[in-house]
Design a protein around this ligand. Structure first.
Ligand code: GDG
Length: 475
């Protein structure tokens, strides 16, 4: 929080964070970057984390289960199987996720899913409402909870409420394909602050608000449906210092030794992704095949280590991608493998965070090629894990939000297998000095825009929406 605000606003208000899943501090290392960033903020100012428990039950309790973990209070609700199918597997992951990632072809528009999504949002908001205090700052996360503030306002909540969208905001043509886009857009105007990953996302939101709803723009504020909100970019970061330390921990070193091949010319390329069709993994395998075709000096020398734990395994599109990957990897290995070498090593299981850090550090190239991604934290973790004296090279898709910040990476189009193959070959032979310069520039950016800076700038902006005596977005 800026000193001026601290003075103006006095004590920091209590933070209430709301996300689809609540992660207990004990499991935070598995929960990934968001869990760690939220827990740090909650620890610092004390607060409440509210959301789904991750459990399905036959008759979910209407009141949340509350647990204390030091200064943090965790309040969670179970969902019924029908709720989970419609809200999570259905509308959130089979409709909003593909649509917001420009996969209209995969989006399922099922009115029952939409009804279930709205019902769960209302039920969760109704359960949170009695736990709220007047001065709370409420921070809602991601596409599972778009209408959450509207549901809270229906309960007469007057707190300042902010929302952060972790995934891209779609172009208006895509959004308007959604049968319920009017209701969803209107519901966003119950927030005081909307945070997006990139300036492009903000611009698409503004375009949509103007084109479809005649919104008025002034500075960062957008007025429509009789309400004014602030829409801004807050690119999410990682705790780069902590991740760099993790990469030299004993567990990480062990993994480093298992992966790093000391023989000259041997290169490990690493890919780490939730198994998701937006991450461009089949296209990455094809780029690997192109590399082998175009550069025979890679045979027996270069290996792609792809770690892709199953995610959303109950959704049909995710089952299909798993089969597709096994087929392509089998084909490429069948064509090129030698008795003591295979070009693709594919692991379809989750690994520990420390293990991952060691693997990143041991890999000469980090290959991050999503077809569309809000930010992509793997790109940032890969850089943070490198040895600054002898760092690896990041090859990054221009369609990841991260590409707008990480200009010193080798930026590629994931659709252009030849360009990706050429970038890999460039990375293999990049001189040490260039690698060091690029890494230093990337690392500076990571340290400047880390997880702490991300959440503080968001919460400062939310506070500014309400700080007495300051210009509020509604003025
Ligand atoms: C959404 C947006 C945005 C992966 N495999 C393992 C594992 N992971 C961890 C990575 C990383 C996280 O999962 C993935 O984060 P990403 O940012 O790459 O992608 P999404 O999950 O799609 O996240 C994205 C993000 O939200 C934050 O705003 O950047 O654009 O889509 O931390 O390390 N972790 C462990 N084992 C694995 O096998 N421990």
């Amino acid at each position: 929080m800026s000193p001026a605000l601290r003075k103006a606003g006095g004590q920091r208000p209590r933070l209430v964070a709301v996300s689809n899943r609540v992660v207990h501090p004990r499991g935070a290392a598995r929960g990934g970057g968001l869990a760690v960033a939220l827990l740090d903020a909650l620890r610092e100012r004390g607060g409440l984390w509210f959301g789904w428990s991750g459990q399905i039950s036959d008759q979910p309790d209407s009141r949340p289960a509350v647990a204390e973990a030091g200064p943090i209070r965790l309040a969670t609700l179970d969902l019924s199987q029908a709720e989970h199918d419609a809200y999570y597997n259905g509308f959130a992951n089979r409709c909003l996720w593909p649509l917001f990632h420009l996969r209209l072809d995969l989006a399922a528009f099922d009115p029952q899913h939409y009804d279930g999504y709205m019902r769960v949002n209302r039920r969760l908001a109704g359960a949170l409402w009695p736990l709220l205090q007047d001065e709370d700052q409420v921070w809602i996360h991601d596409y599972h909870l778009l209408p959450f503030a509207e549901a809270l306002r229906e309960q007469r909540a007057r707190q300042q409420i902010g929302f952060f969208l972790h995934i891209p905001f779609p172009v208006p043509e895509m959004l308007t394909a959604l049968p319920h886009y009017r209701e969803l857009m209107r519901s966003l105007f119950s927030y005081d602050l909307l945070g997006f990953q990139t300036e492009d996302d903000v611009q698409r939101f503004r375009d949509c608000a103007v084109r479809e709803f005649g919104a008025q723009l002034r500075g960062d504020s957008v007025t429509a449906f009789g309400r004014r909100l602030v829409a801004k970019a807050f690119p999410i970061g990682i705790d780069a210092r902590e991740f760099a330390q993790l990469a030299t921990s004993p567990a990480a070193r062990l993994e480093f030794q298992r992966v790093r091949d000391p023989r000259p010319g041997r290169t490990v390329i690493v890919g780490v992704d939730r198994l998701d069709y937006t991450k461009g993994i089949p296209e990455r395998f094809q780029a690997m095949e192109r590399l082998l075709e175009r550069y025979p000096d890679t045979h027996g020398q270069v290996e792609l280590l792809q770690i892709a734990p199953t995610s959303r395994g109950e959704v049909p599109e995710y089952m299909a991608i798993r089969e597709q990957l096994e087929r392509i990897a089998g084909h490429i290995n069948g064509l090129y493998a030698q008795l003591d070498w295979a070009p693709i090593r594919y692991i379809n299981r989750p690994l520990g965070r420390r293990q991952l850090a060691g693997i990143y550090r041991a890999s000469r190239i980090g290959l991050v090629t999503p077809l569309r991604d809000g930010m992509n934290l793997v790109a940032k973790e890969y850089v943070a894990a490198q040895d600054p004296a002898d760092p690896g090279v990041l090859v990054l898709s221009r369609f990841a939000g991260a590409a707008q910040q990480m200009r010193a990476a080798l930026i590629v189009s994931p659709y252009d297998a030849t360009a990706v193959a050429d970038a890999l070959q460039t990375a293999r032979y990049m001189p040490l000095e260039e690698r060091r310069n690029r890494h230093a520039e990337l690392m500076q950016g990571l340290l400047r825009n880390d997880a702490g800076a991300w959440r503080e700038s968001f919460l400062d902006a939310l506070q500014r929406c309400s700080a007495p005596g300051e210009e509020s977005p509604a003025s």
